[in-house]
Design a protein around this ligand. Structure first.
Ligand SMILES: [Ca+2]
Ligand SMILES: [Ca+2]
Ligand SMILES: [Ca+2]
Ligand SMILES: [Ca+2]
Length: 134
């Protein structure tokens, strides 16, 4: 089998393993471009500093915080996360148990959730796994 076909088959198998062909379509390619932008030193890993930089630039907290009070309550969380198994339960992110997420809890929760093997670095495979919405 030619090399190109082999790699295509490998990618397709990976997509199936990660949760289905439909979810791994154009959205997955977009997400990988974002990984490349966040990976400032191009070593194929996102360390905590790179993640912080990318996360801050993406400004996700502001998008999620619909009433702009500086916190995410469970309703705001559910709007975005309820149908996304990769996000896990609200309570798992609320480190100080005050029933709201501040920006640091939101950032730390994402980093820990996406760093599947807890080695404090996010690989491309971990990134893809976290980005795919079931
Ligand atoms: Ca890096
Ligand atoms: Ca809010
Ligand atoms: Ca909290
Ligand atoms: Ca990792």
């Amino acid at each position: 089998m030619p090399k190109t076909l082999l790699s295509t088959a490998t990618v397709a198998a990976l997509a199936v393993a990660l949760g289905g062909c439909a979810a791994a379509g154009s959205g997955a390619r977009f997400d990988e471009r974002m990984f490349d932008r966040w990976d400032l030193n191009r070593d194929g890993l996102l360390d905590a500093t790179e993640f912080d930089t990318g996360w801050t630039a993406a400004n996700r907290f502001a998008v999620w915080d619909r009433d702009r009070d500086g916190f995410l309550d469970e309703n705001e969380w559910n709007v975005r996360a309820r149908n996304n198994a990769a996000m896990g339960p609200f309570a798992a992110w609320d480190a100080d148990r005050d029933n709201r997420l501040d920006p640091l809890e939101f950032r730390t929760g994402a980093y820990e959730m996406w760093d599947n093997d807890r080695d404090t670095r996010i690989t491309r495979a971990e990134w893809i796994r976290a980005q795919i919405t079931p």
